[in-house]
Design a protein around this ligand. Structure first.
Ligand SMILES: NC(=O)c1ccc[n+]([C@@H]2O[C@H](COP(=O)([O-])OP(=O)(O)OC[C@H]3O[C@@H](n4cnc5c(N)ncnc54)[C@H](OP(=O)(O)O)[C@@H]3O)[C@@H](O)[C@H]2O)c1
Length: 279
């Protein structure tokens, strides 16, 4: 029986795939684009698309466990294909956004809530990973301006967030996929420390070995800058998250340490891991 990893080139999926492989777990990597350079050589790789259900039987044949990204459009077809293939357990990369009031009032929360609901109604066992803001967002927000100008432009430099390292989300997934006791559990995955955006930029500068200037901009200027790398729905989510961080400290949580048995990575560590991305 094999563990199927969807999105093995994704920020989180690549660490799930690498950790399972190095632990000797039989793994099948499922991608819409298996030729991508980030997939390990000689892996069992299958081309499939969650939005094209006719591709799923080949991806799920012989699968016992699945690591899944949330794709709501054809989730009922995924559930049917997984049930028919005899899949036992699905670990879903969901979002902490599902916990904020009415999830259907926000598009990001809604897409994850729809997938969670379909899995809950199915005969499949599930584990939901509900991360807060990824540390990797800093790549989309700041990589280009840091590389090109040594600058970040922020409307709320003192806003505090608790970025979570993608390796910690992957570690939760791997723990849930490889050890007993996680069926029917939902795991919040928040970063371990509350940091201002200015401090996060400073930590990136220390990792890269250069001073990075923080310029204070208007919200509209920040919206225009973020729109270069993010879709509108994500831009508004980022601005709302930053604004919220000006009035209340971010929620912190110890679920990552409790479930995986080791402390969550700091943002300084994340910046160190990604220093070359900013050079
Ligand atoms: N960024 C945040 O702050 C944050 C916070 C909470 C939750 N989240 C959630 O986390 C997820 C993003 O995680 P990430 O950064 O690891 O993602 P990512 O790097 O953008 O990768 C997404 C992966 O999903 C796979 N995928 C996309 N569409 C697919 C399809 N139709 N069929 C099969 N696979 C498909 C892709 O695989 P292939 O290209 O190989 O097919 C890709 O590797 C989203 O659901 C997001 O809402 C993000």
């Amino acid at each position: 029986m094999v563990t199927v990893v969807f999105g093995p080139g994704g920020n989180v999926g690549r660490h799930v795939a690498a950790s399972l492989t190095s632990a000797g777990v039989p793994v099948r990597l499922v991608s819409r684009n298996p030729e991508q350079a980030t997939l390990p050589a000689r892996a069992d790789v299958v081309r499939a698309d969650l939005d094209q259900p006719e591709t799923l039987p080949g991806a799920l044949d012989g699968a016992r466990n699945v690591f899944l990204y949330a794709r709501p459009a054809r989730i009922d077809d995924f559930v049917a294909a997984a049930e028919s293939a005899g899949v036992r357990h699905v670990v879903l990369l969901s979002s902490a956004a599902v916990l904020n009031g009415d999830p259907m009032s926000s598009p990001i929360a809604a897409m994850h809530a729809v997938v969670e609901s379909a899995l809950k109604k199915s005969s499949l066992a599930w584990t939901f990973l509900r991360p807060g803001m990824f540390a990797t967002n800093a790549l989309a927000w700041w990589r280009d301006s840091i590389r090109e100008e040594g600058v970040t432009r922020l409307p709320y430099p003192e806003a505090r967030t608790a970025p979570v390292h993608e390796k910690d989300i992957a570690a939760l997934a791997v723990t849930a996929l490889t050890s007993p006791g996680h069926l029917g559990h939902s795991y919040l995955a928040l970063g371990p420390e509350s940091l201002s955006l200015r401090r996060q930029v400073r930590l990136i500068g220390e990792a890269v070995g250069r001073d990075i200037t923080v310029e204070v901009t208007t919200v509209d200027q920040a919206r225009a800058e973020l729109s270069r790398t993010l879709p509108p729905i994500a831009v508004e989510g980022v601005l709302a998250g930053w604004q919220a961080g000006t009035t209340a400290p971010p929620q912190l949580d110890t679920t990552i340490e409790q479930v995986t048995g080791r402390p969550a990575h700091t943002f300084a560590r994340w910046a160190h891991d990604h220093a070359s991305d900013f050079r």
